[in-house]
Design a protein around this ligand. Structure first.
Ligand code: NAD
Length: 484
């Protein structure tokens, strides 16, 4: 059950509602957390060892694309939020230190925790009073024990610090709203003192006072229905994060597998997932068939969860299957493009969407990037467009056969086919008559099911999507490719 906080508890001194917070790592999570903590009234120092990034932030420039972030950053008072490369200064000035550095995958699937360890060792050198060290990064079970050990090995006494697991569930693209309107705030700790610090930090969200404030960012929580807080052990909190991501990835792979069944029997995955999602036990979210999951979290978290399970002697082959289905989804889509266009060498493709999903400029593990790489390897000439991710994509793909367009329409000019790889809402709003006018041939491969099949057929498009019967003359070729 979510914890009901007793604010009359002397540990939760209401007069001391402002907490000095350091956030280590100014990436997608750290920067959003830092800005949001300042937004709900705390004094925040955000630290990164990337001096260029800190320079940009100090100049008021935001290195990532995320809704609301620029406005919130602009409206913070200078003493509420500052940026620095000095972890030591930030630790000394703060009561709670949130660690939000990367935890990328190692070759064997384990999470690379070396950034977390080096930050813990550095924090230890600057501890000047009681501190709560908060794991915000996604880490495997037992990490909080290890962080405690590292602190002690570097001379910090047991009573001087508590290590808390407070996993982050925000989604890129809606990160600010997710942070300020969380489904739950999980705080994993055995220490009442540490829990009281975290309760004070999140209090404006858990007592609803933030939501009644004029100008607060709107979302699903309200004064009447504030954010729930769940207190658990540190190990449970670490597992909640890994298990949640693994479950969501499994849901995506499941619906993609069902989409393949639909293609084999000429059923429509959109109808099937709508019917499934209306069951409240299942729910409609994460039931969209497409090109599979990507991004900096799901692929690495699934690998890390499987790795730690195997180290514990447990057989989690279910997750291996989730990964296998996910990888196959891109191969199947590539086969469809190949089969409907016959030869790919020399074909001009208009590609809409490069980010791993709509609403972000993040291209880490983006299915779109890996598909564009395959198109280029097969000799295609690609004209790409993405509302936020073009700069990163061009630098990563770095090919003379890839150009970036000024607009979605410009990307289409004289292309042999349109390929949609990311579900940006604006792509679904395209004027389809204009699309047809600009393309050399009215062929659309839609990896995100943005359009209605019957409408596309009526308009004269050859339309190939996911889990729905392909319209028109290429249907037979696509069916053969799927079976191959
Ligand atoms: P990121 O790569 O965008 O940011 C990490 C930042 O940490 C970088 O700016 C890097 O320069 C900085 N850093 C690394 N070592 C440092 C050090 N020693 N001192 C100071 N700064 C240092 O990563 P991210 O996407 O923000 O993810 C961070 C963590 O949060 C990961 O564990 C991730 O799994 C987890 N997470 C991410 C998301 C998401 O949507 N991106 C959501 C929930 C959880």
């Amino acid at each position: 059950m979510p914890q009901k906080i007793d604010f009359s508890d002397p540990l939760l001194d209401a007069s001391d509602s402002k907490v000095g917070i350091a956030v280590v790592g100014c990436g997608y999570v750290g920067l959003v957390a830092a800005v949001c903590f300042a937004e709900i009234g705390h004094t925040v120092i955000c630290v990164d060892n990337d001096a260029t990034k800190i320079g940009e932030l100090q100049a008021g420039r935001i290195p990532i694309h995320e809704n609301h972030l620029a406005e919130l950053l602009r409206t913070q008072k200078p003493d509420a939020l500052r940026f620095t490369t000095s972890l030591a200064d930030a630790v000394r000035a703060s009561e709670a230190i949130f660690v939000a550095v990367g935890t990328p995958p190692l070759e064997n699937g384990d999470a690379d925790l070396s950034y977390v360890e080096s930050v813990a060792a550095e924090i230890a050198r600057s501890v000047n009073g009681y501190k709560v060290i908060v794991e915000k990064s996604t880490v495997p079970v037992y990490t909080s024990d290890w962080v405690g050990r590292v602190l002690r090995r570097n001379g910090v006494d047991r009573g001087q610090v508590d290590v808390v697991s407070n996993p982050e569930f925000l989604r890129e693209g809606t990160a600010v709203v997710d942070f300020l309107h969380p489904d739950r705030i999980v705080v994993g700790t055995a220490s009442n003192r540490a829990f009281s610090v975290l309760s004070r930090i999140y209090r404006p969200l858990t007592d609803g006072s933030y939501y009644r404030r004029a100008g607060s960012v709107p979302g699903s929580c309200s004064e009447a229905q504030p954010a729930p807080i769940l207190r658990t052990s540190a190990k449970s909190a670490e597992l909640i994060k890994h298990a949640s991501n693994a479950f969501l990835a499994m849901k995506i792979s499941f619906i993609n597998l069902v989409a393949n069944v639909c293609e084999s029997v000429d059923a429509d995955i959109e109808e099937v997932s709508q019917g499934m999602g209306m069951d409240r036990r299942i729910g409609s979210r994460f039931l969209s068939a497409g090109l599979g999951y990507g991004g900096s979290c799901f692929p690495k978290d699934i690998k890390a969860f499987r790795a730690i399970s195997e180290q514990l002697g447990l057989d989690f082959t279910l997750l291996k299957e989730v990964e296998r289905i996910n990888n196959r989804q891109q191969t199947l889509f590539l086969k469809k493009v190949r089969s409907a266009l016959w030869n790919l060498r020399g074909k001009r493709l208009a590609v809409l969407g490069l980010a791993f999903k709509g609403g972000t400029d993040d291209i880490r593990e983006s299915p779109a990037i890996s598909l564009v790489r395959s198109f280029l390897a097969e000799g295609c000439i690609v004209s790409g467009y993405d509302p936020a991710a073009m700069e990163r994509a061009a630098a990563t793909l770095n090919s003379p056969n890839l150009s970036m367009a000024e607009s979605a329409y410009e990307a289409l000019d004289r292309a042999d086919a349109l390929v949609i790889l990311t579900e940006w809402p604006e792509f679904a709003q395209l004027d389809l008559d204009e699309v047809k006018r600009r393309l050399a041939h009215p062929i659309v491969f839609d990896g995100r099911n943005l359009f209605d099949c019957a409408d596309m057929a009526r308009r004269g498009f050859t339309y190939v999507s996911v889990g729905r019967p392909p319209a028109d003359e290429c249907a037979e070729m696509v069916a053969i490719a799927r079976r191959a």
